[in-house]
Design a protein around this ligand. Structure first.
Ligand SMILES: [Mn+2]
Length: 371
């Protein structure tokens, strides 16, 4: 019994204002579609007995027509080749209001597609396996009721569970999202060992136990996920083979913070040049400048820094400074923000024309006020 487990494809996610020259759509959105299509191709090559998608097919519960079309195209290819496709809804693809209806109502109309999306337990039997499904539940009571309904099928050779949420244990597998659900280890509660538990939600591939696995996401939705691999699980229960397969995605690199407390702007540029590598070609890159002196910050130029990393797809800069009172600030500063531009402007004005210090204090007070 061979199957593929993948998750968190977040179709429809988009970010940054870059357009794919071939398709004319947002490049990050296209990256997520490419990751999805790559896995569909792998499914058609590997020809497993079934496929499990453990939630967050779409980034939102009301996906765009394009995201829907791309999802359908992929699922239909699997469906047409006669491979059963089991899918549960995750927190991102579950509508907050039930009356909205669900896109899964349409998806499940395709032959060989089995979707669990109604905040309730469902099970599907495929050959000698039973796949117990617990989708994202809107209420904690629904989640508890769903887990209580699981009855292992002793007549089937394999009992597999798939669910979407943060696994409760020594470590937290939280994504820090307000509506995520917390999953108590059902094996401890039931006193029964599943052959495999296919988890979705946590975007990093993690093996909790050899048979309890987060496949992780297929692309990365934020710099918190820099360094995470992207891929899917290939499982052969007869041969006791459980493998993680890497899949291509846009590289995301978070560099080590630079302590700028004793550096001038020219020295900061030099340090940044050392970090800039060819490996960063078309990557999402995040650099962090720590403890920048106040006077240095005013001299730092966005354009200079962007030029140092001209090979990257997107450069994220987080900058913290030492304030005039000598404390380091925890909030990140945007070099192009109005307060920084204002300070730059005031500093350029000749002394004597106006009371610079007073104007600066007053101006910054207004600009930093939350409106
Ligand atoms: Mn997710």
């Amino acid at each position: 019994m061979k199957f593929i487990h993948f998750s968190d494809t977040h179709l429809g996610f988009s970010d940054y204002h870059r357009i794919d020259s071939e398709t004319g759509i947002n490049q990050r959105e296209q990256d997520f579609y490419n990751a999805w299509q790559h896995i569909i191709e792998q499914v058609l090559i590997i020809k497993p007995d079934f496929v499990i998608h453990a939630g967050d097919l779409f980034h939102t519960s009301r996906p765009t027509n394009r995201a829907i079309a791309i999802a359908f195209e992929g699922i239909q290819q699997i469906s047409d080749s006669g491979i059963p496709f089991i899918i549960i809804s995750g927190n991102h693809s579950t509508p907050k209001i039930r009356s909205t209806g669900s896109i899964f109502e349409s998806i499940k109309l395709l032959p060989n597609v089995f979707a669990a999306y109604q905040s309730a337990y469902e099970k599907f039997k495929i050959k000698n396996s039973v796949i117990h499904c617990i989708p994202h539940c809107s209420l904690t009571e629904e989640l508890e009721a769903a887990f209580k309904q699981i009855k292992p099928d002793t007549k089937s050779t394999f009992n597999i569970l798939t669910t979407h949420g943060s696994w409760a244990g020594e470590k937290s597998f939280s994504m820090g999202e307000f509506n995520e659900q917390h999953i108590q280890d059902p094996e401890l509660v039931m006193g029964f060992k599943f052959n495999y538990i296919a988890l979705g939600h946590y975007h990093k591939h993690i093996e909790i136990k050899p048979h309890i696995i987060y496949s992780g996401s297929t692309e990365r939705t934020s710099f918190n996920e820099a360094g995470n691999p992207t891929g899917f699980m290939f499982v052969d229960l007869e041969k006791n083979k459980i493998e993680y397969k890497d899949t291509p995605s846009r590289s995301m690199i978070k560099t080590k913070p630079i302590d700028c407390s004793s550096l001038s702007s020219a020295e900061i540029y030099r340090e940044l040049e050392k970090l800039s590598t060819l490996e960063m070609q078309d990557a999402l890159v995040s650099v962090h400048l720590e403890n920048v002196q106040h006077d240095t910050l005013i001299k730092l130029e966005n354009r200079e820094i962007d030029n140092i990393f001209s090979q990257v797809f997107y450069l994220n800069k987080t900058i913290t400074r030492i304030t005039t009172t000598g404390k380091s600030e925890s909030n990140s500063i945007n070099l192009g923000s109005l307060p920084v531009e204002f300070e730059r402007y005031i500093d350029e004005i000749k002394e004597g024309e106006i009371k610079k210090d007073k104007l600066k204090t007053l101006g910054l007070e207004y600009l930093n006020k939350e409106i």
